[in-house]
Design a protein around this ligand. Structure first.
Ligand code: HEM
Length: 521
């Protein structure tokens, strides 16, 4: 399990095949892609002057530095694949969302699974949240689920998102990941404690991407736009192969030996026909129940315990095709929580609302304003003539169709509206979200789960090896935060940190600088 079986990916792609005629970019057949056109002096072997007339050399050199598009500011490193979603439960009684319209209905899917903090070349086996981005190409437009492999998140006010991520990335001076700023952020934004408990538990470093869960994390709505009825839902995907995780020591070794371990594993599994599968489940709650529920269902730091809302299986996801070309199919793919279909709606969660702005905004910058045209992003059917022109338009650009609304010369058939939004009432204001007693309850429940499973020692070890690389006063504050979850965690952390801090080989380097992978993310 710990070693990729065949390191050579798709060797047959490199074999001999019917040779194409080589051309320059504008199609002119050319004699030699390895030779520049030069003016050679008679006596100087090899010495020569390059010429501006050498179109091949100029386009080769000019295109190269333009090969890169900006990498995603978060979730840059990823694996991706094509697949299929099959509905196993008819949900027409509660929603018009066409992916759930009949048992057996199949919908094509694109999937991108990422780490969060590291850059595009970062090792896979680090302690980090895995991003779970899916695009369903449905009969009524694309539907994206842009979730994570953990059910809760670190913050609940979107304005903190850039800060959260910078604290998990590289220090502005030293340019290395840094435990001090990581824990300083969390010490002062303690609503994330439940998510931290999960991240430093077993699930923080999966054995493979085939062994992770996917969660929608936010509460969404399933409903019927025509009559305004809806239910609240939470989305879960569970791996048929079960949850398998890596030991810290193996993860650290693999980060050096096989930095692309997870990417290779997913590719090789699909290539061999060992298709990864997940079951999709929903938790479903009525609006009435939501009003009086124990938890605020719009708070992404909270789950809905399954004893209150059991998991209902609704579909199967299978990944069955590798990308033909990673850049074209996966790097240029743009996922967004705003990409919804009739029958699935957002809710009054400010994090979700902010995300609905942020992702298409990022795609316009990262891929370009016409990113919707690319095959990986293009819906099955689209007619949106009031968004025209722009860079690299190649889809016909709606020909001579009117580019202004309410033209007398072309009428339109209109689609259904959104799922109703009747919970959107209240006072406008900038509310600083404090942390109260409620924020510790689910973290405490999770500590009990860790103890029942016998994972408590491992959790303390994972946590303290990371915290021990922070400045001493930051360490103290982190211990205080976890002691609020349970006194015992605080005491055990203190003991473990004493040992780590006094160990002769403790690789703290200068305080504040975390070794590249020791604590991992
Ligand atoms: C990627 C913003 C919270 C999951 C991204 C990207 C941005 C972003 C700008 C890069 C998009 C791109 O370049 O295409 C935000 C903001 C958040 C937030 C502003 C909070 C206010 C979350 C949460 C989740 C999440 C709560 C999970 C539930 C992801 C995933 C990706 C991503 C999976 C990678 C998408 C892909 O594969 O293309 N986020 N994010 N994010 N985010 Fe978030």
């Amino acid at each position: 399990l710990l070693r990729c079986q065949d390191k050579q990916l798709r060797i047959e792609h490199y074999g001999a095949f019917n040779p194409p005629i080589y051309t320059l970019l504008d199609g002119r057949p050319a004699p030699d892609p390895t030779a520049s056109v030069v003016l050679r002096g008679e006596r100087v072997k090899g010495g020569a002057l390059a010429l501006l007339e050498d179109t091949q050399l100029i386009e080769t050199l000019a295109h190269f530095p333009r090969e890169r598009i900006p990498e995603r500011v978060v979730h840059a490193k990823a694996a991706g694949a094509w697949g299929e979603f099959e509905c196993t439960k008819d949900l027409t009684d509660i929603t018009t969302a066409n992916i759930f319209s009949e048992v057996g209905k199949k919908t094509k899917v694109l999937m991108r699974i990422s780490t969060t903090a590291g850059e595009k070349g970062f090792p896979d086996t680090v302690r980090d949240i895995r991003g779970w981005a899916m695009k369903f190409y449905t009969d009524e437009g694309n539907y994206d689920i842009v979730g994570n492999d953990l059910p809760v998140f670190f913050i609940r006010d979107p304005i903190k998102f850039p800060s959260l991520n910078r604290s998990h990335k590289r220090h502005p001076q030293t340019n290395v990941p840094d435990s001090t700023m990581y824990w300083d952020f969390h010490n002062n934004n303690q609503e994330g404690v439940h998510c931290l408990m999960q991240l430093f538990g077993q699930r923080g470093i999966p054995a493979s991407l085939r062994n992770i869960s996917g969660f929608g994390v936010h509460t969404f709505k399933l409903g019927k736009p025509e009559d305004g009825t809806f239910k609240y839902i939470k989305i879960h995907f569970k791996p048929d192969a079960g949850h398998v995780n890596l030991k810290k020591e193996d993860a650290i070794r693999l980060a050096g030996e096989e930095p692309d371990y997870h990417v290779k594993d997913l590719y090789n599994a699909i290539d061999k026909g060992d298709y990864p599968k997940w079951t999709m489940f929903l938790q479903i709650m009525s609006p009435k129940e939501a009003e009086n529920y124990r938890w605020n269902i719009f708070d992404v730091t909270k789950i809905w315990p399954q004893k209150d809302y059991p998991l209902i299986p609704v579909g199967k996801l299978t990944l069955n095709k590798n990308p033909e070309n990673f850049f074209q199919d996966i790097e240029q793919a743009a996922f967004s929580p705003s990409t919804l279909i009739p029958g699935i709606g957002p809710t009054a969660d400010s994090m979700l609302q902010a995300r609905m702005f942020s992702y298409p905004d990022a795609a316009r910058y990262r891929v370009g304003p016409n990113f919707h045209q690319l095959p990986c992003n293009r819906p099955k059917y689209v007619y949106s003539p009031y968004n025209r022109d722009g860079p690299m338009r190649f889809d016909g650009n709606y020909g001579s169709d009117p580019d202004y609304v309410r033209s007398s010369f072309k009428t339109l058939k209109l689609g259904p509206g959104d799922v109703a939004h009747d919970e959107w009432v209240g006072k406008v204001g900038a509310y600083t979200s404090g942390v109260d007693e409620d924020d510790w309850v689910q973290a405490r429940d999770f500590w009990k789960i860790l103890k029942d499973r016998g994972d408590d020692e491992l959790f303390i070890g994972n946590l303290t090896s990371h915290v021990s690389k922070a400045l001493p006063n930051v360490q103290k504050e982190t211990v205080k935060m976890f002691a609020k979850v349970d006194k015992e965690i605080g005491e055990r952390m203190e003991k473990a940190l004493d040992e780590l801090n006094n160990a002769p080989d403790h690789s703290k380097a200068p305080y504040g600088v975390q070794e590249a992978l020791g604590g991992g993310y």
